[in-house]
Write a protein of this length. Structure first.
Length: 202
């Protein structure tokens, strides 16, 4: 489909819970959020769900700096939202930019923390052309506990914004990243196949 959220689109200021669900084979063209799009200020809890073969693509030959689409093949988490993921699997999802994108900056509203907590989740055989499998944008914090990252690929892509193929976790300029008992195996990326940090984090 064209438009955000190939599977489900959640409007602002809602609380949603997904449990024992499959998000498979969803598609977005030239947009964001292949399976699930969480707009600004959404509280979302996902437990025991599977995200597989979801895809987002973007218009070709358009400079990334001027046309930021093709992001988040599985989940887009918008400005000021809260995302909790437990016991869930992400496999064979494909995007231009990231499998999960977490945004904490809005051009109009500025910055607002977008906290993320992931526990006992598996990321396997996902492909992103740039900016990692999990892209944690700007302000905020993320806790990852007992998660498994295996056989994920971040390709090297050159466009007018430069070459960027960050690792499984791209922390960008976020302020806090806490990783406990996580496993990284056979992932491919040019700037930190596992974790890429642009600044000092606590």
């Amino acid at each position: 489909m064209e438009g955000q959220g190939g599977g489900i689109y959640v409007t602002p200021n809602h609380t949603v819970n997904f449990k024992n669900m499959n998000f498979n084979n969803n598609y977005c063209y030239d947009s964001t959020g292949g399976a699930l799009f969480l707009y600004n200020t959404v509280t979302c809890i996902i437990d025991s769900c599977n995200f597989e073969n979801n895809t987002v693509t973007r218009e070709e030959d358009v400079a990334w700096a001027n046309h930021k689409t093709g992001m988040a093949s599985a989940i887009y988490c918008g400005y000021g939202s809260s995302l909790t993921l437990r016991n869930s699997n992400f496999r064979k999802n494909t995007s231009y930019n990231s499998t999960i994108l977490v945004v904490s900056y809005n051009d109009t509203l500025g910055k607002k923390q977008t906290p993320v907590y992931m526990e006992k989740c598996t990321f396997e055989n996902n492909t992103s052309s740039k900016s990692g499998i999990i892209y944690l944008d700007e302000l905020g914090y993320c806790d990852l506990v007992d998660c498994n990252f295996k056989d994920n690929t971040i390709l090297m892509v050159s466009d007018n914004s430069g070459i960027a193929d960050y690792g499984c976790i791209n922390a960008d300029t976020m302020e806090k990243l806490d990783i406990k008992n996580c496993y990284f195996s056979n992932n491919t990326g040019n700037w930190g196949a596992c974790i890429s940090l642009k600044k000092d984090v606590t």
